[in-house]
Design a protein around this ligand. Structure first.
Ligand code: SF4
Ligand code: SF4
Length: 484
């Protein structure tokens, strides 16, 4: 039996190492998909048919978690694995085990819900970018380029250092107290069918299981672990000298290898299948886009009618009204007509000038006045939509395939962009030297095609690679531009 248990822990270690090297972006991928789902629901444009391939990884993990519990945390997550490795090394070096007081531990465990709530309310709902540089997972993605990224992610690197120090003394420090995704998993796994069973009347007084639990669960005071904190690491099974700790599924004791293998196989299988289907759907939708745009006529040249147009946006408060003057297809003036902003007044003078200077509504927000800045941009876009000459059919781009170069984390990120009937129908990564942030190589091209814009959200944890792709696509499009 002992051999089987050791084998189980060995397999878990192999799984953690494999996912660390093969899919280190899993944590950020799931977190990004959760953010996407939330923002679609918030904007009321959640369409399950068209978006499910983009949310497949998160959905698969969530379903596995609901049914079997947190195999993702115990077996697959890079952040969790690194917490484990730091703790194992520190235990060997310091030869001591730091114990958190049980009461303090149970209070600190609520911190991750506070963090999750903060991210949802302050960052995701308001679109506040002030905390971008504090993301420890974005900083983690830059660890092989610390010197280049330290200025951009100073807060993130400081948090990462705190997490690493914490992990050296407290097992699964980040998972227990800070992880917002862990908070979601804790809630989701509450009603799982797989539980750790440990009958107290068959226990000795040793408390070995409790002392070895990765998540500090007080096993000594229960017969069954119902807590969503359990990450299915099965260490409690490995250490019990009486073999009293068992995996129980719907009342039946089972070999822990079985649910572990099912959970991992289900995840890898569905994910691989989804990748293939996703590619198919993107190509299909690109072709449809190209086909539907083939009826565009050619006559008009100008994009906007001359005149002054009003538009409305929402800053920190509603009814931020602007007047935009267009002359000879140029934005010649942006005036704030009225507003109810109580803070961020600086944006009211800065953003209009930036828009006129750059002839674009995609300008940098004023720090500390993000919502007001975005409200002005929204209002100007609203005004421009009224100024647009609706039957514009002068093509912007020549059909063809154009290559462009961008700078991601490393130089020479090369893309090939296919333009047909004035639409971007394909974006292919021709070559790159990116060592991390691989997820962006897959996600950003699809987003660009979907939005027909190079102004898409960067993939969290792969910001530099995301920006490099956008830069390369812009470079390509500049060559495709008519009268270039
Ligand atoms: S709690 Fe968070 S960091 Fe820890 S393993 Fe789970 S998802 Fe990963
Ligand atoms: S109860 Fe057992 S399986 Fe769950 S986290 Fe603790 S040691 Fe791991």
């Amino acid at each position: 039996m002992k051999k089987t248990i050791s084998k189980l822990q060995g397999l878990r270690l192999i799984s953690q190492i494999m996912f660390l090297f093969l899919m280190p972006e899993l944590f950020t991928l799931i977190f990004n998909q959760l953010k996407k789902l939330y923002s679609m629901i918030l904007k009321g444009n959640f369409d399950v048919i068209s978006v499910w391939p983009q949310l497949l990884t998160m959905s698969t993990i969530f379903i596995i978690t609901i049914i079997f519990g947190r195999f993702f945390c115990g077996w697959l997550c890079t952040f969790g694995a690194i917490n484990d490795f730091i703790y194992i090394i520190s235990k060997k070096v310091f030869k001591t085990k730091f114990k958190v007081d049980e009461k303090v531990d149970s209070i600190l465990k609520y911190l991750k819900y506070v963090i999750l709530l903060f991210i949802i309310v302050v960052i995701w709902t308001s679109g506040n970018t002030a905390f971008d540089s504090y993301s420890p997972w974005d900083a983690f993605a830059q660890v092989d380029n610390i010197s280049g990224a330290i200025a951009e992610y100073t807060g993130g690197f400081i948090l990462l250092a705190i997490i690493a120090i914490g992990a050296a003394f407290i097992e699964r420090f980040f998972c227990r107290y800070l992880c917002p995704l862990g908070a979601v998993f804790t809630i989701l796994s509450k009603a799982r069918i797989l539980k750790i069973k440990k009958l107290r009347d068959k226990c000795g007084p040793c408390r070995i299981c409790t002392n070895n639990c990765s998540m500090g669960i007080k096993l000594y005071e229960m017969d069954k672990v119902n807590s969503g904190e359990c990450i299915n690491c099965f260490k409690c099974i490995a250490v019990c000298p009486r073999k009293n700790t068992k995996v129980n599924v719907l009342g039946e004791d089972v070999n822990p290898l079985l649910p572990s293998a099912i959970a991992i196989a289900a995840f890898t299988g569905v994910n691989a299948l989804g990748g293939v289907m996703n590619d198919g759907m993107v190509n299909h939708s690109s072709n449809n886009t190209a086909a539907s745009s083939s009826n565009v006529n050619k006559s008009e040249q100008k994009k906007y009618k001359d005149g002054t147009y009003t538009g409305v946006g929402k800053g920190k408060n509603p009814d931020l009204k602007v007047a935009v003057t267009i002359k000879d297809d140029k934005i010649t003036n942006v005036e704030i007509v009225s507003n109810n902003e109580t803070k961020g007044k600086e944006a009211l003078s800065t953003i209009p000038n930036k828009i006129v200077d750059t002839q674009s509504t995609d300008v940098d927000v004023v720090s500390g006045a993000t919502m007001t800045s975005k409200g002005i941009m929204e209002a100007v876009n609203d005004a421009l939509s009224q100024a647009e000459i609706k039957d514009v059919n002068q093509k912007k781009y020549n059909d063809g395939i154009y290559t462009g170069i961008g700078q991601g984390k490393n130089p020479d990120l090369k893309v090939a962009v296919t333009v047909k009937d004035d639409k971007i129908t394909n974006v292919e990564i021709v070559s790159n030297n990116e060592t991390k942030g691989k997820e962006a190589l897959e996600v950003i091209p699809k987003e660009i095609i979907e939005k027909q814009s190079t102004d898409v959200d960067a993939v969290s944890g792969a910001t530099m690679t995301s920006k490099g792709i956008m830069m390369a696509v812009k470079d390509s499009l500049s060559q495709a531009t008519k009268n270039n």
